[in-house]
Design a protein around this ligand. Structure first.
Ligand code: ZN
Ligand code: ZN
Length: 155
């Protein structure tokens, strides 16, 4: 059940593939966003996460990562580390992933809620329009029968 992460910039939400910037506060951004939000520049220690405003003062607080790593990369990335560190890295990466999926669910729920609200609004508007149209019809009918009564009277 793999799903692809989306850029955490709400204006962007691009589906991420290839390379992306991940932060230690569990956020992820596409490369163009990380450029424009000045995340990519490691030389400044004034970086701030655009999603949660956490200070990213250490160089490794925001790094470029490859989302579809090569076999070589998978082989070498944790090689040389002790089992404890390997498990720590894996554990943190898993909490990153579960945080991202949880955020996506919250976002989708928010979307669903605002769509439901919109639908309820439209439905109220429709009811009002139908009600108005019906009273218009009734009053026209009354007028018409009034007219035909006068017509019969004249004849
Ligand atoms: Zn983006
Ligand atoms: Zn953040």
């Amino acid at each position: 059940m793999d799903y692809s992460l989306r850029c955490n910039s709400l204006k962007c939400r691009t589906q991420l593939e290839g390379r992306a910037v991940v932060t230690t506060c569990s956020h992820v951004f596409c490369l163009p966003c990380s450029e424009s939000l000045a995340l990519a520049n490691v030389n400044t220690n004034t970086r701030v996460c655009p999603a949660c405003e956490t200070q990213l003062s250490n160089p490794d607080d925001a790094v470029v990562t490859t989302l579809n790593p090569s076999e070589d990369y998978k082989t070498s990335v944790l090689s040389g580390l002790s089992p404890t560190v390997i498990m720590e890295c894996a554990g943190r990466a898993l909490s990153f992933y579960s945080y991202q999926t949880a955020q996506e669910i919250i976002y989708q729920e928010f979307l669903a809620r605002s769509l439901t609200d919109k639908y309820a609004n439209l439905s109220t508007q429709m009811d009002k329009i139908i009600h108005d149209a019906n009273s218009e019809i009734v009053s026209l009918r009354d007028k018409l029968s009034g007219l035909s009564m006068t017509a019969t009277h004249v004849a």
